[in-house]
Ligand binder design. Structure first.
Ligand code: ZN
Length: 174
């Protein structure tokens, strides 16, 4: 088990398009374990492989941990996921382990239909809505090199860039 380093904006590698997972090997299973440890440690509700510099279409989500007083977990693994249908609209605050010290409202589809492979290599289809649908859309965006700050207003994005500049400058000097 190992904690993996998480890339942060504006690292250009976050902008690359990830390739499909060809086969579920022991390496993939190990990657999932390490990514899970990294996600829970952060902590975050989701983590996509390109965030840890692995350009594969693989993402983890756990929308139960952190909201559950019994410490229960519900780790879900999405391999080569696709959004088949999307409808409706919702706006909610998002943050990202790759976008430091920032959260902003983002518009997403309210309901989506997803096809994905799980870690057993089975292809499954299911529907998701509200918060769960939001998290999935956010994570799957990473597989195409998109960040939630691409989906906010130009004004908000430029304010964030200014803020980030200050953060980076203070770290350099400190
Ligand atoms: Zn993210």
């Amino acid at each position: 088990m190992a904690l993996l380093p998480i890339l942060t904006y504006p690292n250009k590698r976050l902008r690359e398009t990830s390739k499909p997972v060809a086969e579920i090997t022991d390496e993939i299973r190990q990657l999932v374990k390490d990514m899970a440890e990294t996600m829970y440690d952060a902590p975050g509700v989701g983590l996509a492989a390109p965030q840890v510099v692995v350009l594969l279409r693989l993402a983890l989500v756990d929308v139960v941990a952190g909201y559950n007083e019994e410490g229960e977990r519900d780790l879900q693994v999405f391999i080569n996921p696709e959004i088949l249908e999307a409808e409706g609209e919702q706006v909610g605050e998002e943050g990202c382990l790759s976008v430091r010290e920032y959260a902003a409202p983002v518009k997403r589809a309210m309901r989506i239909k997803v096809r994905t492979m799980n870690l057993d290599g089975e292809t499954i289809e299911f529907e998701a809505e509200e918060f769960y649908a939001r998290v999935l859309q956010h994570e799957f965006d990473h597989l195409d090199g998109r960040l939630f700050i691409d989906r906010i207003s130009t004004l908000r994005r430029s304010l964030y860039k200014k803020k980030l500049k200050k953060i980076l400058a203070s770290e350099k000097n400190g």
